[in-house]
Write a protein that binds this ligand. Structure first.
Ligand code: EPU
Length: 454
């Protein structure tokens, strides 16, 4: 490799997003990589510091650009953020928190979806929240109606202006009865971050229960919140007047762990993922095994490798405890090498199979059914918006010139290029820094043959 870019904790600049790799494929990825805290917990726990009246410490924070965006937004709101004594630690002092104006927050428009979660904490703290245009991966419409409806139920007033969204709470926020139309991760977090300091009790029905949400509940409980998790996706939150800071170590990033596991499968490699835990990956591990993968669970991580010939599977993405939508893209690359016909039903987002076009360009046989397909091998169709990909293998993959479309789709291009015969050029890899820490260094450790060429 000609240069290693480890990426500082800062918003990805357009030049970083324009990075291009030349990859020479056909070599198994072998070795050990470490996963740190989950992107989808760390960024939310950072928002929670605004709720506390004292300093918070977050440990195992991943060095990714989404963390950089949230750090900058906290700083714009007057939170003093410093690096802790050890790598991956951030210390937050919210005592100087202030309102920001549209001009200040506009710098982060389009950078991430996390700013929407600032609403509740800012309303409690300052009585007003301004939200920029949201970003995140372009994998569907990604509406925010659940978020806005929930905030209104708490007593907030939502004004859409030409600059963005302005939310106020003239009479403060009160507890609410909320039933989500779908167990949305973000909307569940919105309710938690708002209800903990609202007056009275909030009952949230049809809540998301992903492990990262349970970890956010643990953070809030450390701060003094009273939250109980009832059967059947019901969460009860008793509002309190004051919360303090927290000291918390993030749950590991199971999405990154699953990505490396799929890379081992696709390249016929052998990867030990330090920090991965079995408990949060049970559903993934079942599918991994059915495809023909093997794994050894250790105290400090999980080793992933092929057990023999790869076999086709039928998988449907779902909310937890189902198979995560973020796991299907790297798995699809491995399925191009399985002996037979696999189907992936995507039920969470309405546009999350577009990435397969580049895999077809690389030699894969994948047909996408944009309105889903009937399939006797599965339980029941989940949602009106679902799509399906039918993957017929094995097909040799060959190098190609491809452009990363989004975080997980982009990671799948990397491992397809690493599994392919010949040379590939993968453009726009800076997007991957949103969710994969020290990616190039890890690829280097695993023996990938690549150069950064732009
Ligand atoms: N939805 C609505 N209205 C809303 C909110 C969501 O219709 O107001 C719909 C979405 O359009 C989608 C479904 O509900 O069809 C689920 O969306 P959800 O709110 O659960 O997703 P999210 O909170 O925006 C988080 C992760 C995603 C992950 C999903 C599903 C973060 C920052 N993002 O998104 O992660 O795929 O949950 O688990 O936590 C990634 O890491 O690459 C990523 C995209």
């Amino acid at each position: 490799m000609s240069s290693v870019v480890t990426g500082a904790v800062a918003p990805a600049s357009s030049s970083e997003e324009g990075e291009t790799l030349r990859i020479r494929g056909g070599r198994p990825l072998t070795g050990r990589v470490e996963v740190k805290g989950a992107k989808n917990l760390a960024t939310k726990a950072m928002v929670a510091v605004l709720l506390g009246n004292s300093t918070s410490i977050l440990r195992d924070v991943p060095d990714i650009s989404d963390v950089g965006v949230v750090r900058s937004l906290l700083e714009v709101h007057g939170v003093h953020v410093t690096d802790g004594e050890n790598p991956g630690e951030l210390v937050f002092d919210p005592s100087g928190a202030v309102s920001a104006n549209f001009e200040q927050i506009d710098a982060y428009a389009g950078a991430s979806r996390i700013p929407i979660l600032f609403c509740g904490p800012l309303l409690h703290l300052l009585g007003e929240a301004l939200i920029p245009d949201l970003g995140g991966c372009r994998i569907g419409d990604r509406p925010i109606n659940f978020h806005m409806d929930a905030l209104r139920a708490f007593g907030a007033v939502v004004d859409k202006t030409y600059e963005g969204i302005r939310i106020t709470a003239p009479d403060g926020l009160h507890g609410a009865q909320i039933e989500l139309p779908y167990p949305s991760v973000g909307a569940t977090e919105q309710v938690l971050l708002t209800a903990v300091r609202a007056r009275g009790v909030t009952e949230l029905r049809n809540a998301a229960i992903e492990p990262e949400i349970m970890d956010l509940i643990a953070v809030l409980q450390k701060m003094g919140a009273i939250i109980s998790y009832e059967p059947n996706r019901v969460i009860l939150i008793e509002g309190v007047d004051e919360l303090r800071g927290y000291d918390h170590r993030c749950i590991f990033d199971r999405n990154e762990a699953a990505s490396w596991a799929a890379a081992a499968l696709a390249t016929d490699g052998d990867i030990f993922v330090g920090g991965a835990r079995q408990q949060e990956m049970l559903t993934f591990l079942n599918v991994f095994r059915k495809v023909g993968g093997e794994f050894d669970v250790h105290e400090d991580g999980i080793r992933f490798f092929r057990g023999g010939e790869l076999r086709p599977v039928v998988v449907e993405t779902d909310v937890h405890p189902g198979f995560m939508t973020d796991w299907q893209q790297p798995l699809v690359v491995a399925l191009t090498q399985a002996n037979g016909v696999s189907t992936v039903h995507e039920t969470v987002y309405e546009n999350r199979l577009g990435f397969t076009r580049a895999l077809v360009q690389m030699g894969a046989d994948i047909v996408v059914h944009s309105n889903g397909i009937a399939d006797p091998a599965r339980r029941v169709p989940r949602r009106a918006l679902e799509q399906a990909a039918v993957i017929t293998g094995p097909t040799p993959l060959r190098g190609a010139d491809v452009v990363v479309p989004d975080l997980r789709g982009g990671y799948s291009y990397l491992i397809a290029a690493l599994a392919a015969e010949g040379e590939s050029v993968v453009r726009n890899v800076g997007i991957l820094r949103r969710g994969y820490e020290k990616l190039f260094a890890k690829l280097d450790t695993l023996g990938a043959d690549f150069d950064v060429i732009g």
